[in-house]
Design a protein around this ligand. Structure first.
Ligand SMILES: Nc1ncnc2c1ncn2[C@@H]1O[C@H](COP(=O)(O)OP(=O)(O)OP(=O)(O)O)[C@@H](O)[C@H]1O
Ligand SMILES: [Mg+2]
Length: 360
């Protein structure tokens, strides 16, 4: 269980490299970002993405590793990265993140006790799981507050093989929640009394992390994502997937049929209600603080009315997260319009790049 565990470790900090690459293997596309560390902070060097065939990742598991590797090779071939070391992640049901409070008489025994207790309730065979944890605090009365991450070994190995076969080196494997937390914290100052929910709305999923005092105090993954809306448009207008996607994203440039607008509104309301239910569940079951505001990221955060609808349904201030608040860029290389157009999709890989920049 410990062999691959260090890959998850978020505990080592400082003295990182000058350039950092974050990689997100999403259900619909692969995104890569390279940032450079300078005295004034981080600067955008490269961003690229490539669409994946629809059968490459199903239920957030790689079912066609060859397609993923080939797409990743295509992307790295088109980008001139200055390092092959990347931070990437895994998400989905094979990945569990849990906060635990334990009584541990001796600080040296924290790891053993965390892993032993975790095995009691993990829904997987412990021998098939890779675990790591972050110690949040260890009090004088011998209570350890830890954040546990557990993932199915076979899933982790498939992701790592694809990354390695594409010629990259997975120096850190994280979970998507930590990436959105990193992207949020590096761009938005949060008061110690405040908490924010960061919501990654992708193609096949919506991931919610409530962040408070530097910790994701609550996380939830739902299987509702932008591809559900594309499927509805496909069904109602009897179109192939690609055409429905073009209509949905406004990429056609022409007038959007009223039916598409109506379906988009229904999707936004359903998603907003799902988010409200999740936040209500968090508030009812957790002793954690209430949520002050919501920030959206992921490609589907670009649905024009989504933040307004979520704000109306949840009653909480909502906006789209801008991961470039704290990242500069060379206007000779990127236009402001381009940078703003990639923000939502780039948030997760930027969070990984920040993490890669911390790692030794
Ligand atoms: N302008 C837009 N308007 C509406 N939806 C958009 C727009 N641009 C992209 N999307 C949607 O965003 C989704 C892709 O987002 P993202 O790249 O964050 O997902 P992913 O990481 O591939 O998926 P997941 O995180 O669920 O595994 C797709 O469903 C796509 O249709
Ligand atoms: Mg994603």
């Amino acid at each position: 269980m410990s062999g691959l565990a260090s890959l998850f470790s978020r505990l080592f900090k400082g003295g990182g490299p000058k350039s950092a690459v974050g990689l997100s293997i999403g259900s619909s596309s692969i995104k890569l970002v390279e940032l450079a560390k300078s005295r004034g902070g981080w600067r955008l060097l490269h961003f690229g993405m490539v669409a994946l065939p629809p059968d490459a990742i199903v239920n957030r598991e790689i079912v066609n590793p060859v397609a993923v590797t080939e797409s990743l090779k295509q992307l790295t071939g088109a980008m001139k990265l200055s390092t092959h070391r990347v931070c990437s992640s895994i998400s989905g049901n094979s990945c569990i993140i849990k906060r635990m409070q334990l009584e541990v008489p001796n600080a040296k025994e924290i790891q053993d006790q965390v892993f032993w207790e975790a095995e009691q309730y993990l829904p997987f065979d412990p021998t098939e799981v890779v675990m790591d944890y972050q110690l949040l605090s260890y009090s004088k009365d011998k209570r350890a507050d830890v954040l546990l991450v557990a993932i199915k070994r076979s899933i982790l190995e498939t992701y790592m093989s694809c990354i390695e076969d594409a010629g990259l080196q997975p120096s850190v494997m994280d979970v998507d929640y930590f990436a959105i937390q990193n992207a949020f914290e590096s761009n938005y100052p949060l008061q110690p009394t405040e908490s924010a929910a960061v919501i990654d709305i992708g193609a096949a999923s919506t991931k919610i992390a409530v962040i408070h005092q530097g910790v994701p105090v609550f996380t939830k993954d739902s299987a509702l994502g932008g591809q559900n809306l594309t499927a509805e448009i496909q069904r109602h207008l009897n179109l192939p997937f690609a055409d429905a996607e073009t209509l949905k994203t406004g990429a056609s440039g022409g007038a959007v049929p009223q039916e598409v607008n109506d379906l988009t509104q229904v999707f936004a309301e359903n998603l907003a209600r799902e988010i409200k239910r999740t936040l209500d569940f968090y508030l009812a079951s957790a002793t954690g603080p209430s949520v002050n505001y919501l920030l959206l990221c992921g490609g589907s955060a670009q649905i024009p009315q989504l933040s307004r609808v979520i704000e109306e349904v949840t009653g909480l201030p909502t906006q789209v997260l801008n991961p470039f608040n704290a990242i500069s860029y060379d206007p000779a290389m990127f236009t402001a319009d381009y940078v703003s157009s990639i923000g939502s999709m780039a948030t997760v890989p930027i969070g990984h790049a920040f993490r890669a920049g911390e790692a030794k």
